[in-house]
Design a binder for this molecule. Structure first.
Ligand code: NDP
Length: 488
């Protein structure tokens, strides 16, 4: 029996008005159905927005430390259920169990971090140009926030948005990816049990084009926080009207390897960055820009390692690489391999769909690539890495910067000058030195430049994303004082 799940609106688990459902299959075994889910529609979004509107006064007036206590409880519950949630995540979207545990841990970390923020939410005080006048800023919630999330971090990314939104006093309409509705439902169940009041968080499952777009266009919603594909982000920006729009989009992240680098360490970094989560991270390392003096040696070392990687069901602890999320992703990787070959790239290893039941794809390495090739420019979001050669650091940095994205970057070098030059010159939201392109921590800002987006999430900037600042002047002089005019 396949379980049928509901959506969560105004504190109740309900069916969609559409009367329709959709199914999700196990990416490691496409014969197995994970569950049936409500195919929400525009009316469901309207109901969710009304519920969020009604709940706003109560929630925004709840003292932030009290909101923090509920978040702390959510953190405790996530911790208790970490293993079950991780297994469910691997079942639903395919990432290997060790990474699924990391995904849940990221949500736990973010929840505790934001819980504590309830006792800060700092504004600032400053001076006034007039006597007997006091000036400060205070933080206010935005109102109703629409959160639209992808499938690749199905608990962590919602937590990166939900927790700062809630601690700041906002109410929420949350639409998860149609590839990972079950993880979202389990997360919202925890929020409900931890005591988030009714209407504060509303979950509407269903297609991006209808449910997502209804959120984007709704005039009562004050802010949309979106993580996903660049093209979806561009459409959202066009359609959102006058509301705050925060976008976390794609990446084409390079690892630069200099001839003074520790090559063993660099190989570890490329394996983890390029093939972890089967290449389906916005921060995945999809380009290796390597000094020509060490290219041959590096390629020999990494090909041996790639050949040893085991594909399989992520629930099997021996598996290194799980499946891609769905058939379209599998086809996309295969198409890019064909494109790469046509463009003159040399396939060193991988490139095929193996004879397996799920949406698997072999870890793939191209070499002798040039920056004008599509496989060196476009986000593939699969286990396909392109190696490009550079004669020195300046050329490597130029190549690294010559893409439309700017999320994560990395350099392997033992030369401090090279490291600092890269920190200064790489156009990106993140630069790692002697570490791969992935590994963000919740108390530091996360996000990118150029077509990667327009925001920073996490850390104290997560509070900026979900609050606005009110400027307050208190004049205790007892007389009319005119700024800029009554100055001595
Ligand atoms: P999509 O843009 O296809 O989907 C993301 C979310 O948007 C889903 O919930 C989707 O719903 C919804 N959506 C789709 N179309 C619309 C629309 N017209 N209006 C409103 N919402 C819509 O991205 P993917 O799920 O494929 O995620 C992968 C992408 O996410 C990659 O490009 C990756 O780089 C990016 N990403 C960026 C990160 C960052 O922080 N910069 C982090 C993680 C991923 P539905 O599922 O129903 O289609």
């Amino acid at each position: 029996m396949v379980e049928r799940h509901k959506m969560y609106i105004n504190g109740e688990w309900v069916d969609s008005e559409s009367g329709e459902i959709f199914e999700r299959v196990n990416p490691a075994n496409s014969d197995e159905i994970i569950g049936q889910f409500q195919k929400g529609n525009e009316n469901d979004v309207k109901k969710a927005v009304d519920a969020a509107e009604n709940a706003f006064e109560y929630w925004s007036e709840t003292p932030p430390p009290k909101r923090g206590e509920i978040l702390f409880k959510i953190g405790e519950m996530l911790k208790q259920q970490k293993e079950d949630l991780a297994k469910l995540m691997t079942w639903e979207m395919g990432k290997v169990l060790v990474e699924a545990r990391g995904d849940v841990q990221e949500a736990i970390d973010m929840t505790y971090y934001m819980a504590a923020e309830g006792r800060r939410l700092f504004g600032h005080t400053t001076t006034s140009e007039l006597k007997e006048k006091f000036a400060m800023t205070v933080r206010r919630p935005l109102g109703i926030c629409g959160l639209i999330t992808p499938w690749n971090f199905p608990i962590a990314i919602p937590a990166w948005k939900l927790m700062p939104a809630l601690i700041c006093g906002n109410t929420v309409v949350f639409k998860p990816s149609s590839d990972t509705p079950l993880c979202a439902i389990k997360l919202v169940e925890i929020l409900e049990k931890a005591g988030i009041p009714k209407g504060v968080v509303n979950l509407v499952t269903g297609p991006g084009g209808s449910v997502g777009m209804s959120i984007v266009k709704n005039e009562k919603i004050r802010s949309v926080s979106f993580t996903g594909h660049r093209d979806t982000g561009a459409t959202i920006l066009k359609e959102a009207g006058i509301k705050k729009v925060s976008l976390e989009l794609g990446g084409k992240n390079p690892i630069i390897i200099m001839d003074d680098a520790d090559l063993e360490l660099a190989v570890d970094g490329v394996i983890w960055g390029g093939f972890g989560t089967t290449g389906q991270r916005c921060t995945a390392a999809s380009r290796v820009i390597i000094h020509e003096n060490v290219k041959a040696k590096f390629e020999k070392m990494i090909v041996e390692r790639i050949k040893k990687l085991r594909l399989g069901n992520g629930l099997d602890e021996k598996t290194d690489i799980g499946p891609l999320v769905n058939r379209a992703a599998q086809e996309k990787s295969r198409n890019y391999v064909e494109i790469g070959l046509k463009e003159g790239g040399k396939l060193l290893v991988g490139g095929h769909i193996p004879e397996m039941k799920g949406f698997f794809f072999e870890p793939t390495l191209f070499t002798d690539c040039f920056m004008d090739m599509r496989i060196a420019q476009e986000e593939i979001f699969g286990p396909v890495v392109a190696v490009i050669s550079a004669k020195d650091l300046n050329e490597a940095i130029k190549l690294a910067n010559s893409v439309e994205y700017g999320l994560s970057t990395s350099i392997y070098t033992n030369n401090v000058r090279n490291a600092f030059k890269a920190i200064e010159k790489l156009e990106a939201g993140l630069t790692y030195v002697n570490a791969s392109t992935i590994g963000s921590e919740v108390h530091l800002p996360f996000g990118g430049v150029k077509h990667t987006g327009n925001t920073r999430e996490g850390g104290i900037l997560g509070i900026e994303e979900f609050s606005e600042v009110k400027t307050v002047y208190v004049d205790y002089s007892g007389k009319l004082q005119r700024a800029q005019i009554d100055i001595e």
